[in-house]
Design a protein around this ligand. Sequence first.
Ligand code: ITT
Length: 206
Amino acid sequence: MATLNFLTGNQGKLSEAQDLLGPLGYEIQPFEIDGEIPDIIEPQSESLTTVALAKIAQGVELLAASNRLHESLLVEDSGLFIDSLPEFPGVYSAYVLKSVGCEGILKLLDKERGAHFKTVAALWTGQAVEVFVGTCMGQISTEIKGQEGFGYDPIFIPNDGDGDRTFAQMSADEKSSISHRGRALRALFEYLNGTEPDVGIPKTDP
Ligand code: ITT
């Protein structure tokens, strides 16, 4: 099985990537240096892509510094974008979740509830950086619903579901089948599957 290092401090993202890519033959392991997840500085930017590329650049520097440049590295930046609050919370999604939470978002909204999630994943293949994007259109619910998932899942109703349940009311598999992250990671898988022999990702198991 091929191994991909995933640099993230978010356990929910890690589990989703493991659940999705594990059965497809990729072992997703947390990226650690000396047993610790390294701290990464996220630049102030209105673009998820800029943030994802800044994360991968720092991660690749860490690989180089520990003589592991031949290994793969995955990072991703995700955000929730609410139509009636342009670009918000967007790249500030983590900060807004910590400060006002899902309840705070619900208080800000009236009738217009359209929103989308977006993920920009950046992969260091051992030789180059590749970028994969996934989006998921939906609505912000009027109440917090469900126990599954993480982050904004209890208030996001994807349009591709039944139009009623939030991500937090779905199994991990159902969420991944329609989510922003699922789409970005399936694009990554298709890329690896087509080009895997050439991208330098070490095999841990023949
Ligand atoms: P990293 O270490 O990977 O950067 P993070 O939690 O800081 O993890 P992001 O900045 O990409 O990640 O995420 C922004 C926020 O959006 C964060 O609070 C997440 O919990 C939330 N989020 C991301 N993906 C989500 C998803 O699929 N469902 C619900 N919330 C999500």
